[in-house]
Design a protein around this ligand. Structure first.
Ligand SMILES: Cc1cc2nc3c(=O)[nH]c(=O)nc-3n(C[C@H](O)[C@H](O)[C@H](O)COP(=O)(O)O)c2cc1C
Length: 418
């Protein structure tokens, strides 16, 4: 193996591997590790090229990630394990179960998909846009190259035929959110094609394990209780955690052409918060604030200046931390949280992340940015066998447009006041 996967371990008992989604790392499962660690040996793995696991030289594919997991199981001398995968992690889990059926004790597939058609179009288009941006810059920057590879997983993979799933013999739970970015009909197809699989749809979006842990953990617990021999599970009580009410709020923004600044202004006005550009906020002591909101623009599949925010997150523990990203992608309001995942920032796991559609303003862009955007549109136009989504993308992005709207701050305000 060219790399050793990084993993974190908690508890004792039946081994239960946790496989995170695209662009994330094992910390995604923070609400499962606290809940299940008194009954299971939890192993949260960072996928190759994610979190603290190195990229290595092997192919960056789901197939390879399944091989990596197999090697890790051998290294840990675990013959059979429960595998819980979320999103791309669920896809890796499916690949693993197909390739190594005798190594799976039970399978929990949360928000997985068999192919890109399973993802709602309003999600898939921005992913494709982010991918194209990252690809354009991949030759010039290692970071963009890494974004391209990671987003590429959602553009080019997985490719599993529904009929392949019939060989899975392990007890399986297929679980998704009512507002999941995966089409419900697609989730149902997965469940229908795995013999005796149990299907559960929980109120919430794609990120139910993280955002609705009570409901998610209960469904998983019930499934494991009925699927695994009782002697390996013991039950205990769990405590809920609470949060204080926000008092003093600051909205900090980084904006080149004004869209993010506009959103920051709207949020500040709505909440009576202070509003500052990043350069000024850097000079300020933020210790006295209860809520810190940071907004910046999407740049090549990343959030511009987000390093400043993530670098301070530890210092701001106990404060509510909100990030919003403003991009050119035209999206519907229900995709904010899902879309935030495309902006490859696993370090943002502890924060509340939102997406607000902005637009393009060629007049206010720097010469170099304008040039890059023109190249980007040209590259899409020049592509042979363009999809309808790409045609649409190239058409929309050829000129300035403004799709910002105050309504997109609503989920941010709800989070801020929650
Ligand atoms: C170099 C460059 C890269 C960009 N990359 C992305 C991207 O990956 N995804 C996206 O949705 N928009 C992208 N955009 C568009 C901007 O994020 C968008 O125009 C945003 O509204 C600008 O915000 P601002 O007005 O606050 O600067 C990019 C723009 C430029 C100039």
């Amino acid at each position: 193996m060219d790399v050793s996967l990084y993993y974190q371990e908690w508890g004792e008992g039946e081994p239960l591997f946790l496989l995170h989604g695209n662009g994330e790392d094992g910390t995604y499962f923070v609400n499962q590790t606290t809940y299940f660690s008194d009954r299971y040996r939890l192993i949260a793995v960072d996928t190759r090229g994610h979190g603290k696991s190195l990229r290595g030289t092997a192919p960056f594919t789901m197939e390879q990630f399944a091989i990596d997991l197999h090697k890790l199981m051998d290294r840990l001398q675990i013959q059979k394990a429960v595998i819980l995968g979320f999103s791309d992690g669920a896809n890796i889990a499916m690949k693993f179960a197909l390739k190594y059926p005798d190594r799976v004790k039970a399978l929990i597939l949360n928000g997985g998909n068999l192919n890109t058609k399973g993802v709602k179009r309003s999600i898939q288009i921005p992913i494709e846009i982010g991918y194209r941006f990252a690809k354009l810059f991949a030759g010039k920057s290692e970071e963009a190259k890494s974004h391209m590879e990671i987003l590429g997983l959602m553009v080019n993979e997985p490719n599993i035929r529904p009929e392949e799933l019939c060989v899975i013999q392990a007890p399986t739970l297929v679980v998704a959110g009512t507002r999941d970015m995966i089409k419900q009909s697609h989730t149902e197809t997965i469940a229908q094609n795995i013999p005796d699989a149990k299907l559960s749809i929980i109120p919430g979006d794609h990120f139910i394990a993280n955002k609705k842990p009570e409901a998610f953990n209960q469904v998983v617990e019930d499934f494991l209780w009925t699927s695994l021999p009782k002697h390996i599970i013991k039950y205990s009580r769990h405590q809920k955690t609470g949060r204080g009410k926000p008092v003093k709020t600051i909205v900090i923004y980084s904006s080149k052409t004004g869209f993010t600044k506009r959103y920051a202004g709207w949020i500040a006005k709505e909440t009576g918060a202070e509003c500052l550009p990043l350069a000024e906020a850097k000079k300020k002591d933020l210790a006295g604030y209860d809520v810190i909101v940071f907004g910046s623009w999407a740049c090549a599949g990343s959030i511009r200046d987000v390093g400043w925010f993530t670098g301070n997150m530890d210092r701001w523990k106990g404060k509510k931390q909100i990030v919003f990203c403003v991009g050119a992608s035209p999206v519907t309001p229900d995709v904010e949280k899902s879309l935030a995942q495309n902006f490859n920032e696993p370090k943002l796991e502890g924060a509340n992340v939102f997406y607000c559609p902005g637009g393009l303003n060629y007049e206010k862009m720097s010469v170099s940015s304008r040039l890059m955007m023109r190249m980007f549109v040209k590259a899409i136009k020049a592509k042979k066998d363009k999809s309808a989504a790409e045609e649409e993308m190239a058409r929309v992005m050829s000129a300035s447009y403004d799709i910002s709207d105050k309504k997109y701050i609503e989920p941010i305000i709800t989070c801020l006041r929650g």
